[in-house]
Design a protein around this ligand. Structure first.
Ligand SMILES: *Cc1c(COP(=O)(O)O)cnc(C)c1O
Length: 494
């Protein structure tokens, strides 16, 4: 494909993209395919000679769309939303064209500096404490691929900080065997804490770093949030056993039910040296992957009260803030720690501007990184803060509309209150009925819902996801749910 062919192809694809997004309402949200469906459609090996664009373009529908779950259909109510907007798509196009690898400042100065600026913008939009901003001179933010990576990095940073506090060298050295022994002995006694409702990525981070983790029971009377008393007692018991508590991972907006941990009660347990005299501070990492976007609206900031206790904070603009995947935002209070913690310094990456400005390679697991702040810049400028606030408020309103419809039908019950854009509900009755309901709905491909289980209770989650979802769509989805409930109940009652 040469430049002239690219102009034609890209224009054709741009029209296709706009038609696809605007036409999503008319496609079944779930595809009707079985695993391995692609074998009949795509040959086993790559073509020997190049094919024309027209042939490629013609296969988009038959191969890709045929087997696609349409995440941006207004009938998609599963999981949590993933972001999609036109300015973000433009940002990704430009990023693909520049195709730089911004691992150091020198390697791509605007890639580093625009990212720093966007992370400061976003921290301000969310009203995070000043110390997370580069402008404060203390902390700073970075784009990671996913919240899962941020949580792993927070855990690794916390471990480095603890080793440093104990005067132990965390870096890999071959000379100092004795120091290494002491390091590994301490590492074997570390304990992390989170709630039973935390995202699976928290457990995974513990597995990946070979760290002991406690999944603490939650306070059911208090909206499934982590109980600070249970946390404090467990920490005390562990210390008595000779273990070393070093990090607590709190969640603002759990994936199951959008439950919020209370940072005002958890924070002091991590930081209050008067309670645990002569003990280290415990790192507090806050995972607000989904709900964090709502903090751009002042009326939701009460949910993050106590955020000043946090050492690191993460949320996903790629979930609810209209910036397409993959943009996870991760801030640390002390940037010096992260910059030094994983700093490996080969000759080929050295440059004369080191130390003046972040080299983001130290802030993440991979070396390479794309120019992802472009899509934040485009989205923040084209919507403005008020446009993004409208998006969040509209989606929460739609969740309440769904809740109202549900509550008028006494065959259903809502599980707890509506939190953000998520409604958890079930048919009054047993788990099997509810399982049958959701299975029959999803099998129809008309709308898409996902379930969860809390304390052995089967719950159906209804999340407002697509940017284009409107009132009519909510009524449509509700009618689909009612229709399938009619037949499930008819069967169970006969
Ligand atoms: C979605 C979610 C995650 C995982 O997000 P990724 O960016 O896909 O890693 C983590 N925590 C919570 C609370 C989530 O809702």
């Amino acid at each position: 494909m040469d430049a002239d062919e690219f102009r034609v192809a890209a224009k054709q694809l741009t029209d296709y993209i706009a038609d696809y997004i605007e036409g999503l309402r008319d496609r079944p949200v779930l595809p009707d395919v079985q695993p391995g469906y692609i074998n009949a459609l795509v040959p086993a090996s790559a073509p020997e000679t190049g094919e024309p664009w027209e042939k490629l373009f013609n296969d988009i529908e038959g191969v890709v769309m045929r087997g696609m779950t349409h995440w941006h259909s207004p009938r998609f109510h599963a999981y949590f939303p993933t972001a999609n907007s036109y300015p973000a798509i433009c940002g990704d196009m430009l990023s693909a064209a520049i195709a730089c690898i911004g691992f150091t400042w020198n390697a791509a100065p605007s890639c580093t500096e625009l990212e720093m600026k966007m992370m400061d913008w976003l921290a301000q939009m969310l009203a995070l404490p000043e110390h997370f901003c580069f402008s404060s001179g203390q902390g700073g933010g970075v784009i990671q691929g996913t919240a899962s990576e941020s949580t792993l990095i927070a855990l690794l940073c916390a471990r480095v900080q603890l080793l440093k506090e104990r005067g132990l060298q965390h870096k890999v050295t071959d000379a100092d065997d004795e120091g290494n022994e002491a390091k590994y002995e301490v590492m074997s006694r570390l304990v992390a804490y989170t709630s039973s409702q935390a995202h699976s990525s928290v457990q995974k981070a513990a597995m990946l770093s070979a760290t002991r983790i406690r999944l603490l029971p939650v306070d059911e009377a208090n909206g499934l949030s982590l109980d600070a008393d249970v946390l404090a007692k467990t920490i005390e018991q562990d210390r008595r056993k000779g273990l070393i508590p070093f990090i607590v991972i709190a969640t603002l907006g759990t994936t199951n039910t959008c439950a919020f941990d209370n940072l005002q009660t958890i924070g002091p347990v991590c930081k209050d040296k008067a309670v645990f005299s002569k003990q280290e501070n415990i790192w507090l990492h806050v995972d607000a992957a989904y709900a964090g976007s709502a903090f751009i609206c002042p009326e939701y900031r009460q949910y993050m009260e106590g955020i000043e206790y946090a050492d690191s904070f993460t949320m996903n603009p790629h979930k609810w803030l209209l910036v397409n995947f993959d943009v996870n935002a991760f801030w640390v209070k002390n940037k010096e720690l992260i910059e030094k913690a994983f700093n490996v310094h080969p000759e080929y990456l050295k440059h004369e501007n080191e130390g003046k400005i972040p080299d983001y390679r130290h802030w993440q697991i991979p070396l390479g990184r794309r120019f992802r702040s472009l899509k934040m810049w485009f989205v923040f400028r084209s919507y403005g803060v008020s446009g993004l606030q409208n998006h969040i408020r509209k989606q929460i309103e739609l969740a309440h509309l769904f809740g109202d419809l549900l509550q008028k039908d006494d065959r259903f019950e809502m599980v707890d209150q509506i939190r953000m854009g998520l409604v958890c509900f079930r048919l009054k009755g047993n788990n099997a009925m509810n399982e049958e309901l959701i299975n029959s709905i999803n099998k129809s491909g008309d709308i898409f819902l996902t379930p969860t289980k809390v304390k052995e209770r089967f719950i159906i989650r209804f999340a407002v996801c697509a940017r284009t979802t409107n009132e009519k769509d909510i009524h449509y989805s509700w009618n689909v749910i009612k229709k399938f409930a009619d037949s499930v109940l008819a069967k169970w009652n006969s």
